[in-house]
Design a binder for this molecule. Structure first.
Ligand code: COA
Length: 256
């Protein structure tokens, strides 16, 4: 396997590993192309996506060598933003397992995930203004949603980079795991997701991501559909029968 993103496919999940270690996984056009292909696949056949880096780095940002040559028209095409929006809108959850640098576009890729976990080595932030550009691939609107306006403003206006403890305290990541256990922790999250009803998971993600004016109508409609689903009836019947069986067993135990 080679290429800028290694893709491991399983029945219920896909692991995408950013793989340009010599360039600290800088996100170039080819990386974006592969991420689009992967999105097309996951839109057609929804599965959990785990995004991770390689050799102790998540992603050092957009590829500065390419970025330097981009002009106004390229900025208007929103090359990275479009791909990251597509990732964020994937039907099933996206988990980012972040080790080491997640800078600029690398941080924005992580912000596009539903769940972010990190290793103690994480260094996450947006140094774009230092390069004479803005963080235009989601940070200016996603970061305030994740950590609140005050903290997002501080990070984006100063270019300060956060370590693991601060990222956790800010709620930018939800857990810290030792580097060697990080991917296993991401898989454990995917296992939990896989144990649940995929449609209920997809609808939960949709409701979570819906803008405020769509609530509560969106929940009402999504739930209305699920209340008619065979899977809901099957799962609830199984729960009730299990309880009833337990009740019968303990009654029998009591009678002995
Ligand atoms: N774009 C393109 N190339 C990058 C890159 C990026 N964002 N980040 C690193 N690289 C390349 C370097 O040019 C270097 O290439 P070379 O070996 O061909 O010279 C290689 O990756 C290794 O980088 P180096 O800086 O030597 O690694 P390091 O481990 O000492 O430092 C970083 C890692 C991430 C701290 C540092 O590379 C860096 O600051 N990168 C830019 C971060 C940034 O500003 N990102 C925002 C972009 S919008």
């Amino acid at each position: 396997m080679s290429g800028p993103v290694l893709v491991e496919r399983r029945d219920d999940r896909v692991v995408a590993t950013l793989n340009r270690p010599d360039k600290r996984n800088a996100i170039d056009q080819e990386t974006i192309d592969v991420l689009h292909e992967l999105c097309a696949e996951l839109e057609a056949e929804p599965r959990t996506l785990i995004l991770t880096g390689s050799r102790g780095v998540f992603a050092s940002g957009a590829d500065i060598a390419q970025l330097r040559e981009r002009r106004a028209d390229d900025a208007r095409r929103a090359i990275n933003a479009t791909a990251f929006i597509r990732i964020a809108e994937l039907p099933m959850p996206v988990v980012a397992a972040v080790e080491g640098y997640a800078l600029g576009g690398g941080a924005e890729l992580a912000y596009a995930a539903d769940i972010r976990i990190a290793a103690p080595s994480v260094k996450i932030g947006n140094p774009e203004t230092g390069l004479g550009i803005i963080a235009a691939a989601g940070a200016t609107w996603r970061l305030p949603e994740i950590v609140g306006a005050s903290r997002a403003s501080e990070l984006l206006l100063t270019g300060r980079v956060l370590g693991a403890d601060e990222a956790l305290a800010w709620g930018l990541i939800s857990a810290i795991h030792p580097g060697e256990e990080l991917l296993a922790a991401a898989h454990a999250i995917a296992d939990r997701i896989a144990a649940n009803d995929p449609l209920a998971t997809q609808y939960t993600k949709r409701a979570l991501r819906a803008p405020r004016p769509e609530h509560p109508d969106i929940e009402r409609e999504l739930q209305a559909e699920l209340f008619e689903s065979d899977e809901k009836r099957r799962r609830m019947t199984e729960f009730l029968e299990r309880r009833a069986e337990r009740g019968r067993d303990s009654d029998a135990g009591g009678a002995r």
